[in-house]
Ligand binder design. Structure first.
Ligand code: F6P
Length: 366
């Protein structure tokens, strides 16, 4: 029977458990054996108890839980050749040559690199006597499918990444709560949201929360933004608004590349208006808690498709990214998604912000 490994890797995200549950159950349904690789690639490197056979009921009651019950890690060792060799060795010793990785851009890129190097690593392991020639022959390829688990929605190839919708709900609730106290005191709040180099969370929650102003990494403001921001906030107040809400993405910067932080915005407001704005940094609250309905069904649908894809071919010529396009499950060669995602940061670095936004190609599906 085919053996599928499933792991969550990199930062956790709400909905990862729904994906794990779907992969375990769809795998069993298709007649395969499924193994959870605990703590991401670090678990593959360590082997032993980190690679655990999963039964149907091992994933009971996890659908509504935040985070990932099989653990995750950002493994430094996986970046080394010996780390990757040990991961390949442990996968082969457990008979696993089909792998579904639920992780962010970095984890999926690393997984693809290991997949390409698989034949070379296998040969080296045989040479070193760490696996037998029979074991090598039985596992000539590694089939990989990736699901993008990240609240950032920073990967091209899927309209939404697992966790983003839940994070947007959490941020919007927080902005609603902040708005009421801000209105009472006629205050300005600066809310910093996550997203690394991606402004999706900031942009969408600025719209959903009715914010006055937002700062995004893909769209650094032109010179004079300080006065323009003050003017927009002032016009809102003049029109009768009692609160002012600014949402700043953690990766926001100006056109010289200097970070636009909540403190910097606070300083600008102090200098230009004399107002002492309040700062709320939402932090990991955004990544925790119950997954939304969208994240649960989307992760489930992608998980089922990923199982189908890793089982249907003996050797996938290219690892696949399983995501969604216009609310339907959609597969893209991982290399295309990785390269298109890189292009976004290249355009930002070159100052071609329109191209960056175009290349980001995010959907508006929820
Ligand atoms: O990639 C997800 C994310 O939450 C980012 O939005 C954020 O920049 C980063 O991870 C935080 O990482 P850590 O949990 O390691 O502090």
């Amino acid at each position: 029977r085919a053996r599928i490994g499933v792991m969550t890797s990199g930062g956790d995200a709400q909905g990862m458990n729904a994906a794990v549950r779907a992969i375990v159950r769809a795998g069993i349904h298709q007649g395969a054996e499924v193994f959870a690789i605990r703590e991401g690639w670090q678990g593959a490197i360590l082997g032993g108890d980190h690679i655990q056979h999963m039964g149907w009921s091992d994933v009971s009651g996890i659908l509504n839980k935040g985070g990932t019950v099989i653990g995750t890690a950002r493994s430094q060792e996986f970046r080394t050749r010996e780390g990757q060799l040990r991961a390949v060795e442990n996968l082969i010793l457990n008979g696993i040559d089909r792998l579904i990785v639920i992780g962010g851009d970095g984890s999926l890129t690393g997984s693809r690199a290991l997949c390409l190097a698989w034949p070379e690593y296998v040969a080296e392991l045989v040479e070193a006597g760490r696996i037998t020639a029979e074991q090598a022959l039985a596992h000539p390829h590694l089939n990989i499918a990736g699901l993008v688990g990240s609240i950032d929605n920073d990967m091209v190839g899927t309209d939404m990444t697992i966790g983003t919708d839940s994070a947007m709900h959490r941020i919007t609730e927080a902005v609603d709560a902040i708005s009421s106290t801000a209105e009472s005191h006629r205050r300005t709040f600066i809310v910093e949201v996550m997203g690394r180099h991606c402004g999706y969370l900031a942009l969408m929650t600025a719209i959903a929360g009715g914010a006055d102003y937002t700062f995004l990494p893909e769209s650094p403001p032109r010179d004079g933004w300080e006065e323009r921001m003050v003017d927009v906030l002032g016009r809102g107040r003049a029109a009768g608004r009692r609160d002012s809400i600014i949402i700043v993405a953690e990766g926001a910067a100006d056109r010289e590349g200097h970070a636009i932080t909540a403190e910097r915005i606070q300083g600008v407001l102090r200098d230009l208006t004399g107002e002492e704005a309040r700062i709320t940094i939402l932090g990991h609250v955004q990544r925790g808690g119950t997954p939304s309905a969208y994240d649960r069904w989307m992760a489930t649908a992608c998980g089922v498709e990923a199982v189908k894809r890793v089982l249907e071919a003996d050797a996938l010529s290219e690892p696949l990214l399983v995501g969604v396009r216009r609310d339907e499950v959609h597969c893209t060669p991982l290399i295309e998604a990785v390269e298109a995602t890189r292009r976004v940061s290249d355009y930002v670095a070159e100052g071609d912000y329109e191209a960056a936004i175009e290349a980001r190609g995010v959907g508006f599906t929820t």
